[in-house]
Design a protein around this ligand. Structure first.
Ligand SMILES: [Zn+2]
Length: 295
């Protein structure tokens, strides 16, 4: 028997599919897909708890088994005004270069804080953090990306592109909770699907944010609120006196959880490295912060 060339097999299956599409009846095909959906809806799934973010190889495809992980922190990043980037001939080259530079940089920055999973979606991306100091790593990743966007990406765009280029920059969101994952799709095009609040809520927070803002859910903020490296400034912009950094913000799409918190500042040029390191090492209290929250 002749060995089958995979490319020939692929071509054959594509030709077969095209022939079917041309001659077949779409209503019959929809009915077939409906049968499959009925089966999916009627068959109960198994949920297995695991203590880490699974690798792509660990996720189930054919079996109806979802892997569930608790205490996940999701960071979502969105590029502002990216829809106004044109793909018309005159601008496609510039837009493509911006996507490449922005997305590539964002992956590099978020990856530095050891996410368990990261995915690019359209003009944005999200990263999941789990395990030791997951909250601290996720927070530092988000602040680092917005600092990078403000300090490097936007000035580079101004320097290299024309003045009427959209005022872009990264918007960040963060949420926490339990996720379940499984690969879903047609064989060969299986993509992990993350079900649960954290990814969805982080994306809604990022959508609501303006560029260079980080919006976190109240639950995330509550976990950060006793960390003075997170809650208060270094004081550089206020004659050495540290000030509270966060404000209230409404994320309407989160309905009864719409009360969120926003951080507009970024790492200080002088103290950023020190603060980031301290947070990652689990430090919380500073001697230079006076809080009158007691009593
Ligand atoms: Zn400073």
């Amino acid at each position: 028997m002749e060995p089958i060339n995979p490319e020939d097999a692929l071509l054959a299956s594509r030709l077969l599919r095209e022939a079917k599409t041309q001659t077949g009846k779409i209503n019959d095909e929809l009915a077939d897909v409906g049968d499959r959906a009925r089966e999916d809806l009627a068959t109960s799934v198994e949920v297995r708890d695991i203590d880490h973010i699974p690798s792509l190889d660990e996720m189930y495809i054919d079996k109806r088994i979802w892997l569930r992980i608790t205490k996940v922190f999701a960071v979502s990043a969105d590029l502002r005004d990216s829809t106004s980037l044109s793909t018309k001939d005159k601008y496609v080259n510039t837009s493509a270069r911006l996507y490449q530079a922005a997305t590539g940089s964002a992956v590099r920055v978020l990856d530095r804080f050891n996410p368990g999973f990261m995915d690019i979606q359209g003009d944005g991306l999200f990263a999941l953090y789990h395990g030791e100091r997951a909250l601290e790593r996720a927070f530092c990743a988000a602040v680092s990306l917005k600092t990078f966007s403000e300090r490097h990406l936007v000035p580079l765009i101004h320097e290299l592109f024309s003045d009427n280029f959209p005022e872009t920059g990264y918007k960040l969101g963060m949420a926490s909770g339990t996720l379940a994952v499984k690969k879903v799709g047609v064989r060969g095009t299986n993509e992990p699907v993350w079900a649960g609040k954290p990814v969805n809520w982080a994306a809604k927070c990022a959508q609501r944010a303006d560029r260079h803002e980080l919006i976190v859910t109240q639950a995330v903020y509550d976990k950060l609120s006793d960390n003075q490296y997170v809650t208060h400034s270094c004081g550089c912009k206020n004659n050495g006196v540290s000030t509270p950094l966060w404000s209230d913000v409404e994320v309407e799409k989160l309905d009864k959880h719409s009360n969120c918190r926003v951080l507009r500042s970024s790492w200080c040029e002088l103290h950023g490295s020190e603060f980031c390191k301290a947070i990652l090492e689990g430090m919380r209290e500073r001697e230079d912060v006076f809080t009158n929250q007691a009593a």
